[in-house]
Structures are given as C-alpha cells and as structure tokens.
Design a protein around this ligand. Structure first.
Ligand SMILES: NC(=O)c1ccc[n+]([C@@H]2O[C@H](COP(=O)([O-])OP(=O)(O)OC[C@H]3O[C@@H](n4cnc5c(N)ncnc54)[C@H](OP(=O)(O)O)[C@@H]3O)[C@@H](O)[C@H]2O)c1
Length: 248
C-alpha cells in the first residue's frame, strides 16, 4: 500500500528517535532518503548504513536548524543531491524544554520557535521549487498542542503553530497538487521523552493512554510513511493523532 519506489524524501532530525524511524520506514517502502542531522553525524551515518544494508538508497545531509539560514543551507544541499524533484519532506527535527510559565526564559522560547516552527516554515518555502504534483509534506505536531500535558507551555505553543501551518500550507499548495499534513504523537520513548524510563514516568504515560504500552519511534514512522504515500492521496490539511488514544 505504501509503495514509494522511485520517490525522493528528506527527513529532518533523522539521526535519532522518530526521525530515524520515519527515515527507515520511508526507505523500507522504497524511497531514496536524505537523512538530515545536526550534531549526530555518527548516528546519521548508522541510519544511512542501515538503509543501505537493507538494499535501500540513502545519503546524509547536515544543517543546524536553529540558525536563521539553516533551512536555506539544507535546501541547497538537498537540491544538489536530488536534482529537481523532492516527493516527500518530513519536517521532524525538534526540541523541547520542560519549564513553567515563570521559569521559561526568552532564550528558551526563541530557540523552541526557531527549531520547531521557523525552520519547517522556511524549509517548505526553500524546497517548494522542487516539489510538484504528488509531493507530500509531513510535519511533526504533538499531543501537547491539544492537551495540557507536562509543564510545556512554550513547547506546546510551537506545536499549536505547526497545526496552524498545516492548514494554511495545505490550502495554499493544494492547487499545485502538494499535500500537507502533520502527525501528532503522544509520549514516545526517545531521548526527548526519556522520563518513560522511570517507573513514575511510565505510570503517568500509561494512565493517559487507552492502549497500555509506551510508544516506540516505529509506531510513528509507519504513520509518517502512510501520510507520504499514495494511500493517503485524499488527505491534506490534517493532523493525525498517533498517540494510542491519549487523553480521550
Ligand atoms: N518523543 C515524544 O514523546 C514526542 C511527542 C510528540 C511530538 N514529538 C516531536 O517529534 C519530533 C522528533 O522528536 P524525538 O522524540 O524523536 O526527538 P529526539 O530523539 O530528541 O531527536 C531530535 C532530532 O532533532 C534534531 N535536532 C534537534 N535540534 C536540532 C537543530 N538545532 N538543528 C537540526 N536538527 C536538530 C536532532 O538532530 P541531532 O541529534 O543530529 O542534533 C535529532 O535528530 C519533534 O518534532 C518532537 O517535538 C516527540
């Protein structure tokens, strides 16, 4: 169903966690995958090696998406590798910081918005010239955008902004045949949500979910590959909750 043979894909933040799982899922479906990283070059090399070992096609690309020109720099590298057609953009790279309203600094706030909102916005802008009819953009939202979970007001606001971008991008790009959606995970066991490794963190997580296990990155990667595929050809402007029934 998710046949992506012959398609080109960029996954940001693919060195670890959900990005890594998304890159593997897209490659397994047949796409050529550009594995983006910032600080995790060794980890990105390992993802590329895993994809190639399974018979797939992957290259690494690097950029710090906290820098204002990071998306522009990344888009240049991507265009140099894939030429003039990008079929799939997964804007996954993100940061979080738990802090109360009182404890959130201006620097934290600006960093969160730079990586989680500004970078996906300008990456879409910079890659639009190589996206065409049938291309698909998948952004990473979060359960935090629709429910007060954890102590994450600034982070949650970045994901609310992502949901808004999805609708506006989808509306603006539909004419060109480009679909734009988001996946909104609940808690997923990654470096970002490493509290799931403690008994109390695990209990809090399971208590808010209908399904009683802690999500792993590949629970999300499959949903990303689905949204990128032709099986989702009539879905655009949507945020798909992939959260085991969290906060129902
Ligand atoms: N884990 C969860 O519970 C959860 C829940 C809902 C939504 N999400 C969202 O899912 C996405 C992935 O989260 P994750 O849990 O997989 O996170 P993670 O394990 O912490 O990985 C974050 C990824 O983002 C990249 N990244 C971070 N800062 C960057 C920067 N300045 N420039 C470029 N790349 C940068 C990292 O690259 P390097 O390591 O190479 O620097 C890494 O590949 C994020 O958007 C997150 O908000 C996660």
């Amino acid at each position: 169903m998710n046949n992506l043979t012959g398609k080109t894909a960029l996954v940001t933040g693919a060195s670890r966690g959900i990005g890594r799982a998304s890159a593997l899922a897209l490659a397994q479906a047949g796409a050529q995958v550009l594995v983006h990283y910032s600080s995790g070059e060794k980890e990105a090399d390992a993802v590329v090696a895993d994809i190639r070992a399974a018979g797939g096609n992957a290259q690494k690309v690097a950029a710090n998406l906290r820098q204002a020109d990071g998306p522009h720099e990344l888009a240049k590298q991507v265009r140099a590798v894939i030429g003039h057609r990008l079929d799939i953009l997964v804007a996954n790279a993100g940061i979080s910081k738990a802090a109360s309203i009182e404890d959130t600094t201006v620097e934290d706030f600006d960093n969160l918005f730079a990586v989680n909102v500004r970078a996906p916005f300008f990456l879409v802008q910079q890659l639009l010239p190589v996206m065409c009819k049938g291309s698909s953009v998948v952004l990473l939202s979060s359960l935090a955008a629709r429910a007060a979970v954890g102590t994450l007001p600034a982070y949650a606001a970045t994901k609310g902004a992502v949901d808004t971008l999805v609708r506006h991008f989808a509306s603006a790009l539909g004419e060109r045949g480009i679909r734009v959606n988001a996946v909104a995970p609940g808690v997923v066991e990654t470096d970002m949500s490493n509290f799931t490794k403690t008994d109390s963190g695990r209990e809090v997580t399971l208590n808010m979910q209908a399904l009683k296990r802690v999500a792993q990155p590949d629970d999300i990667g499959g949903a990303v590959a689905f949204l990128a595929s032709d099986a989702a050809r009539w879905i655009t402007g949507e945020t798909l909750h992939v959260d085991g029934g969290s906060k129902l």
